[in-house]
Design a protein around this ligand. Structure first.
Ligand code: ANZ
Ligand code: ZN
Length: 818
C-alpha cells in the first residue's frame, strides 16, 4: 500500500485532540519547558513564514516532551488592528466577523499541519475576555502615574478629517484622497517606558542567548549617550537655550548654533525678525519635507538674526533654524562644531559658516593647524583656552566641573527612547478605560465595570474621526467617581499593548488578575521564543517592559520574559521574500494537498538552518517527499517479517555491528544538533544518511530482521518531532498502541560508538595529512566525500589534479596528486 498521507494525517490529528496529547499541566514533578512562537495576526490564511516558524517550534516542543519535560506550547491570535478595519471599509464586512472567520480558517490550517498546541489555552486578543485585562493593566499603570496624557503631534488629513498613521502618509499626502497632510497637536496617552530604560539596557546581561544583532538594535533604539547639557544665553535678550552634546570637549570649536523648527523658543527668537514670512515659509517647508520622506534630506537652514553666547569663551555665534535638528532628541537645540561633526560641516559649507578645528589625534600633531577632513574622533584639544593640551576625556570632565560650578549646565546622560504613545484614533482596538468628568477630571473606569465594551454598531467611513468618536452613545457615560454625566475616551490602544503580555495569559487565567500569578511562576520564563527579526525592536522591547512592570506590580518574579530568543530567517522564492505584492508566494494549502503536512514540515526544516533565509525549491520538496516514501516502502517490503519478529538491539555480524554504530551515532547527532543552536537541517540530514546506510545493508541483514526492526523503530522516534503523522503511523503498524509522543527519546551508547569506530588515515602523496574517525564499512566514495571536507586535506588538494586514489577499507585513503 502506498504512502497515503491524507487519511493518515487527519487520523493522527484527531487522536492527538481526543487524547489531549499536548495539554500542559502545571502540576507535575517533571521539569517544565515553555516553547513559544510569536502569535499570528489573523489576516486570512497562513503563509509559508508561519509554516516555517511554527514547524521549528513544534519540533522543539515535541522533542522536549520526549525528553521528559512537561511542555507548554500554546497558540493564539493577535487579532486587533488596522487591517480588519480596512477590510470593513473595503468589503463592508464587520471587523469582528472578518477577524473571527479568519481565525477559524487559520486554526484549522494549523491543526492540519499537525502542530501540537494546547488549544485549551488559546488567546484571542479581540475578545472582551482578553482585552478587559488590557484595560485593567492600563488602569493600574494610570494609578501609578505610568500612563499619562500629553499633547503630541499626529498626522492629520484635513479632507478626511482623520488621523493618519505614518505608513498612510505617502509623499506628504494622504494615501486615500491625496490631500496635503498636516500635523496636529492632539492629547494622547503615553506609557512611561522611559522609566525602565536603564533596566531594559542593564538586563541585556541576562540575554546571552539572544542574537547579538537584536541586542544591538535594542541598544541603539534605547540610545543612551553620555554627554552634557549646556545653557547658552541669547545675546541682547533674556532668553537662555539648553543644548545637548556628546562632545563637550569641542565647545571651543562651536561656530554656530542650531535649533529645530519645532523648538518652543523659535517664536520668541523670531519675534522681531524683519522677514517673518520667510521664516514661516521655511518652517512649513521643513515640516512638509519631514512628512514626505524619512530619508535624510539635504541640509537646510534659516538665520534667526540672533546670536548665542558661548559660556566658555564669551564668543557670539549665529543662531540658525536647521532641518537636521530634531525636536524629539536631546533638547532640540545644538551647538554646531563643523570641524568635528559631518552634519554641521555640510551645513557650514552650504551657508558659508566658519569652521574651527579644536581636536587633533595626538599630542604631537597639536602644533599643526591644517584642517583636512572632518574627524569626529576623540583626541587632544587645541585652540581651547585653558583646556588646550588635555585629552578629550579629561577635558570633558573638567569642562563638566566648570559648568556645574557656574550653574551653566552639567554632565548628563540622554536617552533616545521616548515614552510609548499608545493612543490610536481607531475602532478595532481596546477602548482606553478613561472617563472625562467636568468636576473630577480624568477618571479611570471602575475595575468592576470592566470591560469597556467596543460597541458593534458603528459606521465605517473615513470622514469625521474614528467610528467610536462618531458613535451616537459610546461617548456618553457617567463619571465613575461622582456619577455626573461625563465623556468616555474614544481612543483605542496600540495593538502592541495586546502582544506585550499574551504569553503570561497562556500560563493560566485568573478571576481578578490578567493571568494566574501562581501558574505563571511555574511556567515563566518562556524557555524558547521563536519569531521574525521584524519584531526585534518594538514588540520585544514592549514585552520586556511589561514583564518588568508586572514584576513591580508583584504579579511575577521574572526580570526577563524570554531569556532565549531564536529569530527565524525568511522564506524566499527567486531570492526575494515571498509576498503577495511580489506575487511569489507558495500557498501552504496547495503544498499540503499535494504532499501532505509531514513533507511540508520536513522541507521547511531541512532546506536551511532556522536562522538563515530559506529559498523555496520544488525539487527540495520532492526530495523530502521521496525520503518519506522510501522509508515507507522499506516498511512495506518487510512488514510481514517485521511484524513477526521482536526488536533486537544487538548483533554478532559485521554489518549488524556497523548498523548499530551508525544508529547510535545518529541518535547522538540528532539530539546534539537539536540542542546545539537548533541545527534541525543537519539533524534531518543525519537521519537521511542513516536510512541510506540501512537500506544499503538491507539484504546483508535479511536474516537479522529483529535488528532491522530496532533500527526502524529508533528512526521513527527520531523522526517523530519532524514528521509526527508519518512516524506514528508506521509505529502503530509495527504493532504499538501508544503514541510516539509518549515515548522517551532514545539514548545512545557512547561506548558502543567508541568501540566500533575505526581510524582512517588520509594520505596525500605518501604523507598523512589528517584522519577520520568513522563507523566501519564505509565505501571509498563516502570516505573521500568526508575527507574532502577536512580543512587540511582541502588545502593540500587545492589546485592539484588527483591522479589516483587508493582505499584500504577502514584503514587508509591515499591520494596521489600532481
Ligand atoms: C557637538 C558635537 C561635536 C557633537 C562633535 C557631535 C560631534 P548621539 O551620540 O546620538 O547622542 N545632537 C544633539 N541633539 C540633537 C538633535 N535634537 N538633533 C540632531 N542632532 C542632535 O548624538 C549626540 C550629538 O548629536 C550631539 O553632540 C549633537 O552634536 C547632536 F564633534 O554636539 B554634538
Ligand atoms: Zn466626576
Amino acid at each position: 500500500m502506498a504512502y497515503n498521507f491524507d487519511s493518515i494525517e487527519l487520523q493522527w490529528q484527531e487522536r492527538w485532540q481526543r487524547e489531549g496529547t499536548f495539554c500542559a499541566s502545571g502540576d507535575t514533578a517533571r521539569p517544565k519547558y515553555y516553547c513559544l512562537e510569536m502569535f499570528p495576526y489573523p489576516s486570512g490564511k497562513i503563509h509559508m513564514g508561519h509554516v516555517r516558524n511554527y514547524s521549528i517550534g513544534d519540533v522543539i516542543a515535541r522533542y522536549k516532551k520526549m525528553r521528559g519535560f512537561e511542555v507548554l506550547h500554546p497558540m493564539g491570535w493577535d487579532s486587533l488592528g488596522l487591517p480588519a478595519e480596512n477590510a470593513a471599509k473595503e468589503r463592508g464586512i464587520h471587523p469582528q466577523e472578518w477577524t473571527l472567520s479568519n481565525i477559524g480558517t487559520m486554526r484549522e490550517q494549523l491543526k492540519r499541519m499537525g502542530f501540537g498546541y494546547d488549544w485549551d489555552r488559546e488567546v484571542t486578543t479581540c475578545l472582551p475576555e482578553y482585552y478587559r485585562w488590557n484595560q485593567y493593566i492600563f488602569i493600574k499603570m494610570f494609578e501609578k502615574g505610568l500612563a499619562y496624557k500629553k499633547a503630541s503631534e499626529v498626522n492629520w488629513c484635513p479632507e478626511c478629517q482623520t488621523v493618519l498613521a505614518n505608513e498612510q502618509v505617502e509623499n506628504g499626502t494622504c494615501w486615500r484622497c491625496e490631500a496635503h497632510v498636516e500635523t496636529r497637536n492632539l492629547e494622547q496617552w503615553f506609557l512611561r517606558i522611559t522609566d525602565y530604560a536603564d533596566a531594559l539596557l542593564d538586563d541585556h546581561g541576562d540575554l546571552g542567548k539572544w542574537p547579538p544583532q537584536v541586542l544591538l538594535m535594542q541598544q541603539n533604539w534605547i540610545g543612551k549617550s553620555a554627554g552634557a547639557m549646556v545653557r547658552f544665553p541669547v545675546a541682547g535678550t533674556g532668553i537662555k537655550i539648553d543644548i545637548f552634546t556628546t562632545r563637550l570637549d569641542t565647545i571651543f570649536g562651536c561656530t554656530f548654533f542650531a535649533l529645530s523648527v519645532k523648538h518652543p523658543l523659535v517664536g520668541a527668537l523670531l519675534a522681531d525678525h524683519p522677514d517673518r514670512e520667510g521664516a514661516e515659509a521655511f518652517i512649513r517647508e521643513v515640516e512638509s519635507d519631514r512628512l514626505s520622506s524619512r530619508e535624510e534630506t539635504e541640509k537646510k537652514g534659516f538665520f534667526t538674526g540672533k546670536y548665542a553666547v558661548n559660556p566658555f569663551n564669551g564668543e557670539q555665534v549665529p543662531i540658525w533654524l536647521a532641518n537636521f535638528v530634531l525636536m524629539d532628541y536631546g533638547t532640540g537645540a545644538i551647538m554646531s562644531v563643523p570641524a568635528h561633526d559631518s552634519r554641521d560641516f555640510e551645513f557650514a559649507a552650504r551657508y558659508n559658516l566658519a569652521v574651527r578645528e579644536v581636536i587633533v589625534p595626538t599630542v604631537e600633531t597639536a602644533a599643526q593647524l591644517t584642517i583636512t577632513k572632518v574627524s569626529s574622533d576623540k583626541g587632544f584639544l587645541i585652540q581651547s583656552g585653558p583646556y588646550s593640551g588635555l585629552s578629550s576625556d579629561e577635558a570633558i570632565q573638567r569642562m563638566g566641573d566648570y559648568l556645574a560650578q557656574n550653574e551653566l549646565g552639567e554632565l548628563r546622560t540622554m536617552i533616545r527612547l521616548r515614552d510609548w504613545g499608545v493612543s490610536r484614533q481607531r475602532y478595532w482596538g481596546t477602548p482606553i478605560p478613561i472617563v472625562y468628568c467636568e468636576r473630577c477630571g480624568i477618571v479611570p473606569e471602575k475595575l468592576e465595570s470592566l470591560p469597556v465594551l467596543l460597541p458593534k454598531d458603528v459606521e465605517f467611513s473615513y470622514e469625521g474621526g474614528s467610528p467610536l468618536e462618531k458613535h451616537p452613545s459610546f461617548k456618553q457615560t457617567a463619571c465613575p467617581k461622582c456619577g455626573a454625566p461625563a465623556r468616555r475616551e474614544t481612543d483605542t490602544m496600540d495593538t502592541f499593548f495586546d502582544s506585550s503580555w499574551y504569553f503570561f495569559r497562556y500560563c493560566g487565567r485568573h478571576e481578578a488578575l490578567p493571568f494566574d500569578p501562581r501558574e505563571a511562576s511555574s511556567w515563566m520564563p518562556v524557555d524558547l521564543y521563536i519569531g521574525g527579526i521584524e519584531h526585534a525592536i518594538l514588540h520585544l522591547i514592549y514585552a520586556r517592559f511589561f514583564c518588568k512592570l508586572f514584576r513591580d506590580f508583584g504579579w511575577t518574579d521574572q526580570k526577563e520574559p524570554f531569556p532565549h530568543l531564536l529569530t527565524q530567517g525568511m522564506v524566499t522564492l527567486g531570492g526575494s521574500k515571498m509576498s503577495k505584492s511580489k506575487g511569489n508566494v507558495v500557498d501552504p494549502n496547495a503544498l499540503i494537498e499535494q504532499y501532505g503536512a509531514d513533507t511540508a514540515r520536513l522541507f521547511v526544516l531541512f532546506a536551511a538552518p532556522p536562522e538563515k533565509s530559506l529559498e523555496w525549491s520544488d525539487k527540495g520538496v520532492e526530495g523530502c517527499h521521496r525520503f518519506l516514501q522510501r522509508v515507507w516502502a522499506f516498511y512495506e517490503r518487510r512488514h510481514q517479517e517485521l511484524l513477526a519478529t521482536p526488536a533486537k538491539q544487538s548483533s554478532e555480524s559485521t554489518s549488524g555491528q556497523a548498523l548499530l554504530v551508525s544508529l547510535h551515532e545518529t541518535i547522538k547527532k540528532v539530539g546534539e544538533d537539536i540542542e546545539d543552536r537548533f541545527k534541525l537541517n543537519t539533524a534531518i540530514a543525519a537521519m537521511m544518511e542513516f536510512f541510506n546506510h540501512l537500506s544499503a545493508n538491507e539484504d546483508a541483514l535479511s536474516d537479522e530482521i529483529g535488528l532491522l526492526r530496532h533500527a526502524l523503530e529508533m528512526l521513527l522516534k527520531l523522526l517523530n518531532p519532524f514528521t509526527p503523522h508519518f512516524s506514528n503511523e508506521l509505529w502503530s503498524r509495527l504493532g504499538h498502541r501508544g503514541l510516539l509522543e509518549n515515548e522517551a527519546w532514545p539514548d545512545f551508547d557512547q561506548d558502543l560508538i567508541d568501540m566500533q569506530m575505526v581510524n582512517v588515515m588520509i594520505q596525500i602523496n605518501g604523507k598523512v595529512r589528517d584522519k577520520l574517525v568513522v563507523v566501519p564499512g564505509l565505501t571509498e566514495e563516502e570516505i573521500s566525500g568526508k575527507a574532502q571536507e577536512l580543512e587540511k586535506v582541502r588545502q593540500h588538494l587545492q589546485g592539484k589534479t588527483v591522479l589516483k586514489i587508493i582505499y584500504v577499507a577502514d584503514k587508509l585513503l591515499s591520494y596521489v596528486v600532481k
